[in-house]
Structures are given as structure tokens and as C-alpha cells.
Design a protein around this ligand. Sequence first.
Ligand code: FDA
Length: 308
Amino acid sequence: MLRQPLLMLARSEHVKNAVSRMPVSSGIVHSYVPGETTEAAVEATSRLVDDGLVVTLDYLGEDTLDVEQADTTVQAYLDLLEALSARGLTRKAEVSVKLSAIGQFLPEIGDKVALENARTICRAARNAGTTVTLDMEDHTTTDRTLAVLRELRKDFPETGAVLQAALHRTEADCRALAHEGSRVRLCKGAYLEPEDVAFQDRIEIDKSYVRCLKVLLAGQGYPMIATHDPRMVDIAGSLASRYGRAQGTYEFQMLYGIRPTEQQRLADTGETMRVYIPYGTEWYGYLMRRLAEKPSNLSFFVRSLVSK
Ligand code: FDA
């Protein structure tokens, strides 16, 4: 019931300005975001890698209409890749990038700027010995994001994509991307989407997730199974066996701070378990999407605001 209003608030500049002065260290924010700085992100990475997990890092930010802000985000990724490299972590850690954070929404020049900026990050990742995955935002960006992916993959075929099971189109997108060399993260989808493009019922989304899993696991690419849902994790495990997939030919992914015991359990059974670490000061939209998935956390959030 609270999902819709929380996802609408995720896009509200007023509420964002009111709450995002709160430091990351406070209450609920800290449970999902380890810190604001490159150092904090690298420290969190190092701890997880020591425990046998792998990582993808997201410098928080989205929907920018400001070229300088987009440049700042690109520079943050370059600094991060350098810091990961200096600590010998790039075999275990890659980066996730939202195109709207690096210019996709700039009027007229958005796609061109986002592509060039993504190229710069992919080049730095390649030089550091790691990869980039393009996060997927709401359905209005899907075609544009997949077009940027196609261009990037001409020079950086290792670049990964994200597909969202909530969208009607996704099973077909999975078929198109289940080819050799392709890396696809399958998630349920975190955005508020209209019913002409997306399933609204959670059971329908789960059924779509399973159909998409089958396509990806039966295909030739590298599926990245991003879910905290115990049923989806079990089904993915069974399907991986059914399609003769050995451990390491696919991976599980979960978000930092969500079901850490399960993350460790999967890693301990020999699965590749990648944790998505968001960091930085622009945590507002990310946090609101996490609260929408787990509204029971809302009371912790309100308490941290009140005790600010
Ligand atoms: P579901 O929401 O059904 O949750 C299953 C169970 O997981 C819950 O019952 C609860 O136990 C636990 N859980 C889930 N969310 C929680 C929370 N916030 N706090 C505490 N417990 C929680 N989306 C997108 O649109 N574009 C993207 O690029 C990405 N990228 C991405 C990367 C990775 C690594 C992950 C894991 C997820 C994403 N997502 C995403 C988010 C994804 O679309 C989805 O919104 C969330 O993963 C929640 O869906 P679940 O599959 O976990 O199932």
C-alpha cells in the first residue's frame, strides 16, 4: 500500500531537500549505504572481499540536468577505480553506473553525453582490469539505455546490462541478450511503472522473473541473478542445475545491507555472490526505493529524522 507513495516521494525535490541533509552515518541510511567517500566504499569492499564475496559499486546520483554534476560523477568513478586498483581489488570489484547520473537527461545532447561519459568509465575500468554494468532506470529510459549498451559493447563487449522482470518487454529483451559474451543482471524492477508497460501484481512479476531466468540460464551469456527473494534464489539454483550450469557460469547479486547472512551462506556454498555497494551523499532516491520494498523500515527512517 505504501509502495506507490514512497516511489512518488523518491522523485520529489522538496522532500529530498528536506531530508537529505541528514548524514549517511545516521540510522537507516547507514544500514543501506556504507559511507559518503571513496575510502568508505573501498573499505566496505575490502571487508566483503575478505569474506569471500565480490562487489559492484555505485556512486550515488541520478537524474542530473547539470553537465558539471555529470562530470563530477565521472571523476568519482575514475577515482574509485584508481583506489580499487591501488588496493588490488579490481579482480573482485566492478562498477555499476546509472546513465541519468552521467548526462542522459540533458536536453538534446543527453544520449551523446551519456555515451561519451560511459565510454570514459569503461576505458578506466578496462585499464584497471574490471568491468562496468549499466543500471536500468524507469521504462522511459530502457530503449535509450540498451542503445548506449550496444554502442559501448562495440569497444567494451564486457559491459553488462540490467533487465527488469516487471516490464512486459523483458522476456524478449532477455532472448536478445542471452548470447555469448553478454552479461545480464536480472532484477524485479524498483520503479513505479504504468500498467500498459509493466506487471502490477507481485505474483505476475515473480512469474515473469522465472520465465526470464529460464531464458538467461538456458542461453550462452553470463546471468547475474539479482534478488533477495528466497523463492527466486531457490528456483534459480534448481534451474542452474537443470540447464547444466556450473557454479561460476552465473552469479547471485544482492544489495549491501540486505540479507547479509544469506549473502554469506551462498558464498560459502561456492556460489559467486556479488554485493551492490552504493556510496556518496546522493542517497535519497536510492533509500526511498529501498523503503518502498520494505515499508516496515519506514518507522526507523522517521525516527532517525526526528532525532536529527
Ligand atoms: P522482493 O522485493 O520480493 O523482496 C524479497 C525479500 O527480500 C523481502 O521479503 C525481504 O525479506 C527482502 N528485502 C527486499 N528488499 C528489502 C529491503 N529494501 N530491505 C530489507 N529487506 C528487503 N532495480 C532496478 O530497477 N534497476 C537496477 O539497475 C537494479 N539494480 C539492482 C542490483 C542488485 C544487485 C539488486 C539486488 C537489485 C537491483 N535492483 C534494481 C532492485 C530490484 O529491482 C528490486 O527492487 C529489489 O531487489 C527488491 O526485489 P527482490 O527481488 O529482492 O524481491
